[in-house]
Design a protein. Structure first.
Length: 213
């Protein structure tokens, strides 16, 4: 079960908490099941800094993870966030989200594979995907898709100008790649600060290792 914040949040008092409880109950009835919560910081943000209206949602999430009122046997809960430093500390206690995994930006082999996926159904000249991937350091999957789409737009424009069929070329892709700035740059700078100054508990050890490479 993939859960987004739109499945939970409501403008009516108490309805968000009820929705969250119902989703967990639905998963329990279907067990074995996996619940995946995207952008968990939106509903599980630190109660110290969050608006007062969000604290009850965090409390309900904690209760559901603990399985106090119902059994969580054969139920796995996963969550994703770009800002783990905003997640309430209580959510990281044993029995809740007690395993934290850092998913870094794709490396060269991963970027090569992503480029092949996005280009496989397009008219392209023969490409050295490995060299293209090396030019896209810190590009996310979304960055790579956007680069391919932008290069496709330029190829279409060329075709309209010349009246001749155009292919996606290495030159077009390199031109677009050089124009783009990786969307992960700002996040990586923020993450570097947390890894350097807020890692007393070892929570960001994976980040520290990534930046030391």
């Amino acid at each position: 079960m993939a859960i987004s914040i739109t499945d939970i949040l409501s403008k009516w008092l108490g309805e968000s908490e009820q929705r969250l409880h119902q989703l967990f109950e639905q998963a329990r009835r279907r067990s074995p099941a996996v619940i995946f919560i995207d952008e968990v910081d939106a509903i599980g943000g630190s109660r110290t800094n969050a608006a007062a209206s969000m604290a009850p949602i965090v409390n309900v999430l904690l209760t559901e993870l603990d399985g106090v009122a119902a059994k969580n046997d054969n139920l796995m809960v996963l969550a994703a966030t770009n800002t783990p430093w905003r997640v309430d500390d209580a959510l990281r206690r044993p029995g809740r989200f007690d395993r934290i995994l850092f998913v870094p930006p794709p490396d060269v082999p991963a970027r090569e594979a992503i480029l092949k996926i996005h280009l496989r159904d397009l008219p392209v000249e023969k490409l050295d995907f490995g060299k293209l991937a090396q030019l896209t350091d810190h590009f996310s999957g979304a960055d790579l898709r956007a680069a391919v789409e932008r290069a496709s737009e330029k190829a279409i424009y060329q075709e309209m100008q010349t009246g001749r069929a155009a292919k996606l070329t290495r030159a077009l892709l390199v031109e677009v790649i050089k124009e783009r700035r990786p969307s992960t740059t700002e996040w990586l700078e923020t993450a570097r600060s947390y890894a350097a100054y807020a890692n007393r508990s070892g929570l960001y050890d994976d980040l520290v290792e990534y930046f030391e490479k």
